[in-house]
Design a protein around this ligand. Structure first.
Ligand code: CU
Ligand code: ZN
Length: 174
């Protein structure tokens, strides 16, 4: 009986150590339509890796096309997404595309476009240099991801992507 308990403790400790190293915390924004007319749904995941965040984005139930999507300042989707405020922009710099321009020459929330195909599904896998999940001024947890009605054309001041069809607040999950 003593032997059995000891083995059990060792096995439990092993499971705990494996799970804590393999499954780091990550961010998840569950995307929903901002009004009854928008049937968009999706999931945006953020993983902390190598000095930034990798993003795995998927949206469904949207017409084919390109849709601007960004991290916006506030963690609210109220008022058809307007409550999310402007693009997350802690450095007060110009609008751009963070993966290409870097954190000093684009808004921290500038994720570009998500391309939706004939199957009404779109995916984007990008890396956002400099951002974090919860630490410091570049943290995205508690802010909102907005999907816009049109493409981000990277014009100033916010890419001309129009109104907000989808929104989700970034939560920390395991
Ligand atoms: Cu936006
Ligand atoms: Zn922007």
């Amino acid at each position: 009986m003593f032997w059995y308990k000891r083995q059990l403790v060792l096995v439990m400790a092993g499971i705990f150590m494996c799970s804590s190293s393999v499954f780091a915390a990550r961010g998840h924004a569950p995307i929903k339509g901002t009004s009854g007319e928008s049937k968009i749904e999706g999931d945006i995941f953020f993983n902390e890796e190598n000095g930034g965040l990798t993003v795995e984005a998927k949206v469904v139930n949207v017409a084919p096309g390109n849709y601007g999507f960004h991290v916006h300042e506030n963690g609210s989707c109220d008022d058809t997404g307007k409550a999310a405020g402007g693009h997350f922009n802690p450095n007060h710099v110009e609008h751009g595309y963070l993966p290409k321009n870097g954190i000093l020459h684009a808004h921290a929330g500038d994720m570009g476009n998500i391309t939706v195909g004939e199957d009404r599904t779109g995916v984007s896998n990008i890396f956002l240099p400099g951002l974090t999940l919860t630490n410091g001024i570049y943290a995205v947890a508690g802010r909102a991801v907005i999907v816009h009605e049109k493409a981000d054309d990277f014009g100033q001041p916010t890419g001309n992507a129009g109104s907000r069809i989808g929104c989700g607040v970034i939560e920390v999950v395991l």
